[in-house]
Design a protein around this ligand. Structure first.
Ligand code: BEZ
Ligand code: FE
Length: 294
């Protein structure tokens, strides 16, 4: 076939894909061509605009390395990450809702004991976090692995300032005790702008958007036979709750970080400073029977 024009080019490309032996690749390729061609037909780009788009994607790729993933940031800010999350984690009774992982998770976080203070050399308002992990019907999950990480009171993660602070802080891995409970001390996190010194930042500015996320604490919780939970708990009252740049906020994940006076805290520790207290219960879904590995 030759002489392709605006009217026949889409069918011609679809025809070329027809022979793909892997059915999933065929389905994805066909949808990609249909939607991409429809997008181009709708916006009718000039040649210069097409070049700008190619250059934008090229810059996005060049921005990526082992520490910075600009394509995921693009997916996050266009709402695609939360759409994929919603498709794969429908809400279900008793199960904690999920949200984006974000770029600041570290695989080998320091293992800590319940009650430890994970703030390292960071200063800020003391925060006591108490939590429990159970099945959707409330059976405690002793031994569940609880990864936590959050920003400091200027909105920076440890990994963004390692040359200044020298070591990981405000992140750790805990194990739920015999009652499925865990607790630790840290400092209260602040809202922060996502990295916006690259093409994604340029896009946000051009779209008239701010780059901020409301303050939150990240949790990743695993237990054998249960779906890994990736979520955050957001600070109630934060001014960015309704305009999170990555669309990650859900009502069920917002909690008041209760302001408490000095004295005997909920975990028995005596403090001479006022502190904040966050308490949250996490419910994990069982891996569906057919999906279990044997
Ligand atoms: C975060 O919460 O750490 C995050 C999530 C998505 C993009 C950037 C940061
Ligand atoms: Fe975060």
């Amino acid at each position: 076939m030759r002489n392709f024009n605006e009217n026949i080019i889409t069918d011609a490309v679809l025809e070329r894909i027809k022979g793909a032996s892997d059915l999933r690749i065929k389905q994805v390729s066909e949808a990609l061509v249909r939607h991409l061609h429809a997008f181009v037909r709708e916006i009718r780009p000039t040649q210069n605009e097409w070049e700008f788009g190619i250059e934008f994607l090229t810059r996005t790729g060049h921005m990526c390395d082992d520490k910075r993933q600009e394509f995921i940031l693009l997916s996050d800010t266009l709402g695609v990450s939360m759409l994929v999350d919603a498709i794969n984690h429908p809400t279900s009774e008793g199960a904690t809702e999920t949200t984006v992982l974000g770029p600041f998770f570290v695989q080998a976080a320091p293992e800590k004991q319940n009650g430890d203070d994970i703030s390292g050399i960071m200063e800020g308002d003391p925060l006591l976090v108490t939590g429990s992990v159970s099945t959707v019907d409330g059976r405690p999950l002793p031994g569940a692995v609880v990864d936590v990480w959050h920003s400091d009171d200027d909105g920076y993660y440890d990994v963004q300032q390692l040359d200044k602070i020298g070591d990981l802080a405000m992140r750790a891995r805990f194990r739920a005790d015999d009652n499925g409970r865990f607790h630790f001390w840290s400092i209260k996190p602040a809202p922060y702008p996502i990295p916006h010194d690259g093409p994604v930042g340029d896009m946000l500015e051009a779209q008239g958007r701010h780059p901020w996320r409301p303050a939150h604490v990240h949790f990743m919780i695993s237990a054998p036979g249960f779906e890994q939970l990736v979520t955050h708990v957001f600070v109630a009252g934060d001014k960015y709750l309704d305009s999170d740049v990555v669309f990650g906020v859900k009502d069920s994940l917002i909690r008041t970080f209760e302001q408490c006076p000095p004295g005997k805290a909920q975990d028995g520790r005596v403090t001479d400073k006022g502190y904040f207290h966050l308490n949250y219960h996490f419910g994990l879904r069982q891996v569906p029977y057919g999906a279990r590995r044997v």
